[in-house]
Design a protein around this ligand. Structure first.
Ligand code: ATP
Ligand code: MG
Length: 321
């Protein structure tokens, strides 16, 4: 097992005090596994990524265990984390500019990433070879004119270019665990497909585990082996991607799956899930999804269900207890 998350809770300090945003997250990720993390805006997908990479903002707090390759990152001090960031776990931020240093040229930052990996592998490589390696990765990512791009500062690039620079950084670092937060959202669909293939290649060649965060469940289907459905900071369902898409168990997953466009002209009315996700300041009692659920029962309003094992997957719903 590469990643073991045990009883993880994450809190943010806000003007209304400490608010619990992630509740009781338990998650195992195998070496070489690609796990898609899906859920509506505000369900806590990015927070989960930041917690695992130990890069929560200063008003964030972690409870529980985050074990990567036997090391409990949740228990390390900031000063001890430096060794693990980038090489053990690297996160492509939802806002990719946050992954770059604004006052250093992108070429310099990419060469540094390549250097870190070669050092880890115990290899000495000269500067010219490092630059060639960087340029090759940029070409693989279909970035036009890489020679001029490496000479620019991050703010001199377009959103899609910045996104690919950060993806390039992940491909050069080759971490054990890559967390990619909506990594292709600023890219055209054709480039998106190529980038997805590069992630798959990285995964195959080096057995890199990937957490792929997206609100687009059909994109998760293309890349992931398994998907986790999140709602109000909880895992609601966890299973093999084909199974969850074919037979979603949780009514929330059923709503997400039925809103995937089918491309069928006669059937393009998407049944959206009624209502809005709850605020973390005023979560409903019982199951957090019950006010929007078409299958709600009395118990759902009173008691929150546990995430239980059922038919080889996990689901948090009274229908299955
Ligand atoms: N630094 C912060 N301080 C306080 N609250 C925060 C902070 N960052 C996020 N939140 C809150 O935590 C909750 C989860 O946010 P998060 O960004 O993890 O959701 P998400 O699933 O990634 O959403 P999206 O799909 O829009 O990216 C939201 O209610 C958000 O407002
Ligand atoms: Mg997010």
């Amino acid at each position: 097992m590469l990643l073991e998350i045990r009883n993880l809770n994450v809190y943010y300090n806000t003007i209304l005090g400490w608010t619990k945003v992630l509740s009781d997250i338990n998650l195992d990720v195998e070496r070489g596994e690609i796990v898609g993390i899906v859920g509506e805006s505000g369900s806590g997908k990015s927070t989960l990524g930041h917690a695992i990479a130990r890069i929560l903002p200063p008003n964030g707090k972690i409870q529980g265990d985050i074990i990567i390759d036997g090391v409990n990152l949740a228990k390390l001090k900031d000063s001890e984390l430096q060794k693990y960031r980038g090489t053990w776990v690297f996160m492509i931020f939802q806002n990719p500019l946050n992954s770059l240093n604004p006052v250093k040229k992108v070429g310099f930052q990419l060469v540094e990433a390549a250097k870190i990996r070669h050092q880890r592998e115990g290899k000495k490589v000269n500067e010219r070879d490092l630059i060639n390696e960087v340029i090759q990765v940029l070409k693989d990512l279909r970035l036009p004119d890489p020679q001029s791009i490496i000479d620019r500062y991050p703010h001199q690039l377009s959103g899609g270019q910045v996104q690919r620079i950060v993806i390039a950084m992940s491909l050069l670092l080759k971490p054990k665990l890559l967390i990619a937060d909506e990594p292709t959202s600023a890219l055209d669909v054709t480039i998106q497909a190529q980038v997805i293939n590069l992630f798959k290649q990285l995964n195959k060649e080096l057995n890199t585990s990937i957490l792929f965060i997206t609100h687009d469940i059909s994109l998760a289907y293309v890349i992931a082996d398994r998907i986790i459905v999140m709602y109000a900071g909880r895992i609601m369902e966890d299973g093999k991607v084909e199974e969850v898409l074919k037979f979603p168990m949780h009514p929330y997953s059923q709503g997400l799956v039925s809103s995937i466009p089918t491309g069928d002209k006669n059937n393009n009315k998407l049944p959206a899930i009624p209502g809005n996700p709850p605020s973390f300041f005023a979560l409903p009692t019982g199951c957090k999804f019950h006010p929007r659920c078409s299958k709600v029962m009395n118990i759902c309003k009173e008691k929150e269900p546990d995430l239980i094992n059922k038919n080889g997957r996990r689901v948090r719903c009274w229908l299955y207890e």
